[in-house]
Design a protein around this ligand. Structure first.
Ligand SMILES: NC(=O)c1ccc[n+]([C@@H]2O[C@H](COP(=O)([O-])OP(=O)(O)OC[C@H]3O[C@@H](n4cnc5c(N)ncnc54)[C@H](O)[C@@H]3O)[C@@H](O)[C@H]2O)c1
Ligand SMILES: [Mg+2]
Length: 342
């Protein structure tokens, strides 16, 4: 049911800058920094740091009105932090998140103990809630910001060993924490989630939870239970949430999702028979679920920012960085190519 060819295709169609030699050298550089504390400390001196304040990323507004993550060269950051009253060791709490195309190591740091407004002034940016940031960041950096926030959150909540209750210590890169008493090594965790766009051939199925902002609909999703395959989770979630039995399943793509606590989203399409489309929605999980036509989805895709309070009610969809958005646009393309072929 899962199509391995699809996986190969999406890996090969990555950005052109992923020329093998530079890609391989960057991956090996990052891998070395995770293993070698001294090399990581040296890389931090020449690296850049994405700043967060209580897990909210710093964003810069560019001259053209777009938003970029507020990345700071670490060379100047140390003196800025000290001027704002930080301890000398604060910069060393930075967590490794990647490596730029120019082979510069990238880190993130939460400066939640410092004055928020003072940092915003010095760094000429604004700390913005992560969900809002996802609508403001139109460039390719959103996944890096999400990864950074997820790693910072993980460190903030894994300071103690769950077996001994003793403090855990991180390595320099922040890629693991170790209990000094038991030696147990903890790695950052994600929960696997299957997200699926169900189609009856002409319409697609979207649902909303009562916690969603008004008018927002998304593809069905659910956490994998222990021991389940992707196909089993998908079939169970669709059966539980809307009372349907899926037939064909195909894999689309995956993503890390930072809400609410780091999920690994596995995106799929599923078909059901047009003869069995009647929904029995589990209202304890979903406030609503319904079938949408191509026209309805096309107009929902035109809504680029969440409606404000007082605006007329409108159906809108997850932002472009969300896997749900990708599944929906893939479905739209398929429908349009089907219509064009008639
Ligand atoms: N990136 C996207 O496009 C996109 C779109 C939709 C949903 N999502 C994410 O998918 C996730 C799962 O969707 P859902 O809420 O419909 O899941 P769900 O249908 O499995 O229901 C959530 C419930 O599952 C239980 N649960 C079981 N295992 C859990 C775990 N490991 N962590 C947390 N709760 C667990 C909890 O009781 C929770 O309330 C959500 O957190 C949401 O953020 C992402
Ligand atoms: Mg669900």
């Amino acid at each position: 049911m899962l199509n391995p060819l699809r996986v190969l295709v999406s890996v090969r169609t990555g950005p052109p800058s992923r020329c093998c030699s530079s890609f391989v050298s960057r991956m090996r550089f990052i891998s070395r920094l995770k293993e070698d504390d001294e090399a990581c400390a040296a890389a931090l001196q020449n690296g850049s740091v994405l700043l967060f304040h209580k897990l909210e990323p710093l964003l810069h507004r560019t001259k053209t009105g777009t938003f970029r993550p507020g990345s700071q060269p670490s060379s100047g950051l140390q003196s800025v932090l000290e001027r704002l009253g930080a301890d000398r060791s604060l910069l060393m709490e930075s967590v490794l998140i990647g490596c730029s195309e120019q082979n510069q190591a990238q880190f993130c740091l939460d400066v939640g103990g410092l004055d928020r407004v003072a940092i915003e002034d010095v760094c000429r940016g604004k700390f913005v809630d992560l969900r809002k940031s996802f609508f403001l960041l139109t460039g390719p950096e959103a996944p890096l910001v999400a990864k950074a926030q997820a790693l910072l959150r993980w460190h903030q909540t894994h300071g103690f060993c769950s077996a001994t209750g003793q403090p855990t210590q991180r390595n320099r890169a922040g890629s693991q924490r170790v209990c000094g008493s038991s030696g147990i090594v903890y790695y950052p965790q994600m929960s696997p989630v299957v997200i699926v766009l169900v189609s009856d051939g002409k319409r697609c199925l979207l649902g909303r939870q009562s916690s969603f902002p008004p008018g927002l609909y998304s593809a069905l999703a659910g956490f994998c239970d222990m021991g389940e395959t992707v196909e089993e989770t998908l079939s169970r979630e669709v059966a539980e949430e809307v009372g349907l039995e899926v037939e064909g399943v195909s894999y689309s793509s995956s993503q890390h999702w930072p809400f609410p606590h780091s999920s690994f989203m596995i995106g799929c399409h599923a078909s059901i028979s047009p003869a069995h489309t009647e929904l029995t929605v589990d209202r304890s999980e979903l406030e609503d679920a319904r079938w949408f036509t191509l026209e309805e989805i096309s107009s929902a895709l035109q809504v680029k920012t969440p409606p404000r309070r007082g605006d007329p009610p409108v159906t809108w969809l997850p932002p472009s960085h969300a896997l749900a958005h990708r599944l929906i646009t893939e479905w739209v393309e398929l429908q349009r190519s089907g219509e064009a072929g008639k």
